[in-house]
Design a protein around this ligand. Structure first.
Ligand code: OSB
Ligand code: MG
Length: 386
């Protein structure tokens, strides 16, 4: 059970000491397959962590790595290996006075594996929230009591099919509709949605790096459709090419895959390679890096929003808490549980009211409890590290 401890004073030395980290892989079937330019997923393989301290406080967290290395080089299997070989051994038994110490500890002589690191680092923040008896949002300095929500719609078979999905999403109250695009499924598809929903609906597209220099004429045609952003048209490493494209477009580019660290966000701004950042805490190595990017972007008047990786209700709790920070001024890809799953693994499930998701505040930790039986039923492998 999660037990907050009461009555502690500021000057009391009470370090965090993680005694065990349990890794679990569960399978969770999506209600409908989700297709992006680089692949389709119909059943998620999800890596969950459960960290516990010596007093019995515990926190679940989620690694967002997918099954295949089509979004980033990491996969659930590389993350499992990184956690058991390099990440957990650094954390177990170590005394930390604050969860912000986890990221620098994991940075030392360890390259990449950011999704694996993030799962452990974010879990440490939640563990601290439980120990302090505060919500994760409050621990991070979140200010919002609800967050604005958009939907990310996968690639569809035809412009009409996409327009039908988008109509449904608008009727459900989503405040931003993002559509996946790829060469051959772009301008006509988006135009069908614009015509179906009218000029005022906030529409965005996400290419997941499916375009290349030479495709500018197509991308320039998207400029006529009144999109609030075009997300990640080119490869993640192509900041210079994104800058050249941005110079030709009125529509702001938003970078996702490109932004792997605060330094990359700084590069984006310096180069004018994009004007909006999608912050996914898993992609950047966790909360410390996410907050650094948030702070930098806020200072430089770059809007940010919280992206999603088809998380279960556990990962969603972390995204909701992050999106409660003041710089998250655009709707996030933070759909309610029912958009993804027949039944989520948290209680209560995440719900949306006219495009808003409530931020749990005033109760310790994630603000949702994990359904241990549901997790157990869906577990395909487990390992306890201590
Ligand atoms: O690029 O934002 C992306 C899902 C998997 C991999 C990459 C992306 C996405 C999404 C899903 O767009 C957003 C969500 O979780 O609803
Ligand atoms: Mg994206």
């Amino acid at each position: 059970m999660c037990r907050p401890r009461a009555g502690r004073t500021e000057d009391e030395e009470d370090p965090i000491r993680i005694e065990t980290i349990e890794l679990r892989e569960i399978r969770l079937a999506l209600r409908e397959p989700f297709r992006i330019s680089s692949g389709e997923v119909s059943e998620r393989r999800i890596l969950l962590l459960r960290q516990a301290d010596a007093d019995g406080a515990e926190a679940w967290s989620e690694c967002v790595a997918g099954e295949l290395p089509n979004y980033s080089p990491e996969t659930i299997d590389t993350a499992w290996l990184a956690l058991e070989s390099w990440i957990a051994p650094r954390l177990l038994g170590r005394e930390l006075s604050h969860p912000s110490e986890v990221a620098p500890l994991l940075d030392e002589d360890l390259r990449g594996h950011r999704m694996a690191r993030a799962a452990a680092e974010m879990g440490a923040w939640a563990l601290e929230a439980v120990r302090e008896g505060v919500s994760l949002s409050e621990l991070l300095g979140g200010e919002r009591s609800r967050v604005e929500t958009g939907i990310s719609i996968g690639l569809q078979a035809s412009p009409d099919a996409l327009a039908a999905k988008a109509r449904e999403a608008a009727a459900a109250g989503y405040r931003k509709i993002k559509m996946k695009i790829e060469p051959g499924a772009d301008v006509e598809y988006v135009r069908a949605v614009r015509e179906a929903l009218g000029p005022d609906m906030a529409l965005a597209v996400d290419a997941n790096a499916a375009y290349a220099p030479g495709d500018e004429p197509t991308l320039e045609r998207l400029d006529e459709l009144g999109l609030i952003m075009i997300e990640q048209p080119f490869e993640g490493g192509d900041l210079v090419r994104h800058a050249a494209l941005q110079a030709r477009l009125r529509t702001p580019l938003c970078l996702d895959e490109s932004i792997t660290s605060p330094a990359r966000a700084e590069d984006m701004i310096s180069l004018d390679a994009g004007r909006i950042v999608n912050i996914k805490p898993g992609r950047v190595g966790g909360y410390a890096a996410s907050m650094a990017i948030h702070d930098l972007c806020r200072e430089r008047s770059i809007p940010v929003w919280c992206g999603g990786m088809l998380e279960s209700g556990i990962g969603r709790a972390y995204n909701v808490a992050l999106a409660s920070l003041p710089g998250f001024t655009l709707p996030g890809d933070i759909s309610p549980s029912a958009r993804y799953w027949a039944r989520d693994i948290v209680d209560p499930e995440w719900t949306m009211d006219r495009g808003w998701v409530d931020v749990p505040r005033g109760e310790p930790g994630l603000g949702v409890s994990v359904d241990a039986d549901a997790v157990e039923d869906r577990t395909v492998r487990a390992r306890l590290l201590d």
